[in-house]
Design a protein around this ligand. Structure first.
Ligand code: LHQ
Length: 261
C-alpha cells in the first residue's frame, strides 16, 4: 500500500498521508513518495495549488518511532541523517513551492507532523484536532522547522512553553494564538479546505508565488531590504498576464479569469 495518496482535481493536487493505523507517522518510504508528489506539484503546469491532509483520525504523528533500535547497546542513532535527507528538504521544498499549499489538519499533528503542517501556507484544523510539540517528551528538540516557525507565529514565550512542556494545543487555541489560520467544525473541514484550495488554484498563481517569497523573506530582512524586495517582486508581478486581467476585470466590474501566468 502506498504511504500517500495523490490526486489532481480542478488544478488542486491533493496529497493525503496514508498510514492511518500509525496516525500517518513518517517513514523514509513516505518521505520518498512525498518528494515525488512535491516534484509533480512543482513541475506539472496543471497544478496550481496543493491540499495536504491525513487519512483516518490523525493528521501526522511525526517520525515513526517504531523504526529504530533504541535498546541498550544498540548502535548510536544519528538523527541528523534523517533530517538532512528527509525532513529538511521537504520543508524547504514546501516553503519554496511557487504555488499555495493548504493544510487540512484532520486530527492529532505531533512532532514533525505538527511542524510540516506549519510549513504550509494556510492551515485549517478540525475543532477536534490538536498540535503537540512532542519532541521534549523523548529528549529531542523541535525539528522540521519548529524552532523557526513557532517563535515567529506565536512569540517567544509561547514557543518556549510549547516546546518545553509538550502539552497538546487544541485547534481553537491554535487559532487564537495565531499558530494557524482557522479551526473549523470537523464535519466541514474537508469541504472548506478543498474549496479554499480550489479558489486559490483559480487565482493569480504567479502573484501568489511572489507573495510567498516576499513574506518568507521578511523574517530575516530589514525594512530597507524588504522594501527593495517588494519593489523587485512587484516588477515581476506587474509583468504577469494575471495582473492585467485583474485590473481589467475590476474596471469592467466582472470576475477575473486568471490563468496563472
Ligand atoms: C505511532 C506514532 C509514532 C509510531 C502514534 N510512531 N507509531 C524524530 C526522529 C528522527 C528524525 C527526525 O525527527 C524526528 C521528529 C519527530 O517527529 S520526533 C516526535 C515523534 N512523535 C511523537 O513523539 C508523537 C508520538 N505519538 C503520540 O504522542 C500520540 O500517538 C499522539 C498524541 C500523536 C496521539 O495520541 P492518541 O490519539 O492517544 O493515539 P495513540 O497514541 O493511541 O496512537 C495510535 C496508534 O498510532 C498507536 O498504535 P497502536 O498499535 O497502539 O494502536 C501508536 O503507537 C501509533 N503511533 N504515533 N510517532
Amino acid at each position: 500500500m502506498s504511504s500517500i495518496l495523490v490526486s489532481l482535481d480542478a488544478a488542486v493536487l491533493s496529497i493525503t498521508l496514508n498510514r492511518p493505523e500509525k496516525l500517518n507517522a513518517f517513514t523514509p518510504g513516505m518521505h520518498e513518495e512525498l518528494r515525488g508528489a512535491f516534484s509533480r506539484a512543482e513541475d506539472d503546469g496543471r497544478v496550481r495549488a496543493v491540499l495536504l491532509t491525513g487519512a483516518g483520525r490523525g493528521f501526522c504523528a511525526g517520525a515513526d518511532l517504531s523504526q529504530r533500535d533504541v535498546s541498550p547497546g544498540a548502535a548510536p542513532i544519528d538523527l541528523s541523517v534523517s533530517l538532512g535527507t528527509n525532513y529538511n528538504p521537504l520543508v524547504r521544498r514546501m516553503r519554496a513551492l511557487p504555488k499555495p499549499i493548504v493544510c487540512a489538519v484532520n486530527g492529532p499533528a505531533a512532532g514533525a507532523g505538527a511542524n510540516v503542517a506549519l510549513a504550509c501556507d494556510v492551515v485549517l484544523a478540525a475543532r477536534s484536532a490538536s498540535f503537540l510539540q512532542a519532541f521534549s517528551r523523548i529528549g529531542l528538540l523541535p525539528d522540521a522547522g519548529g524552532t523557526y516557525f513557532l517563535p515567529r507565529l506565536v512569540g517567544a514565550a509561547r514557543a518556549m512553553g510549547l516546546a518545553l512542556l509538550a502539552e497538546k494545543l487544541s485547534a481553537e487555541d491554535a487559532e487564537r494564538w495565531g499558530l494557524i489560520w482557522k479551526a473549523v467544525d470537523d464535519a466541514r473541514l474537508m469541504e472548506e479546505a478543498s474549496s479554499m484550495a480550489k479558489a486559490l488554484a483559480a487565482g493569480p498563481t504567479k502573484g501568489y508565488a511572489l507573495l510567498k517569497r516576499a513574506l518568507h523573506a521578511s523574517a530575516g530582512n530589514s525594512l530597507d531590504a524588504q522594501l527593495d524586495l517588494e519593489r523587485d517582486l512587484q516588477r515581476e508581478a506587474g509583468f504577469s498576464e494575471d495582473y492585467r486581467e485583474g485590473v481589467a476585470a475590476f474596471m469592467q466590474k466582472r470576475k477575473p479569469a486568471f490563468k496563472g501566468k
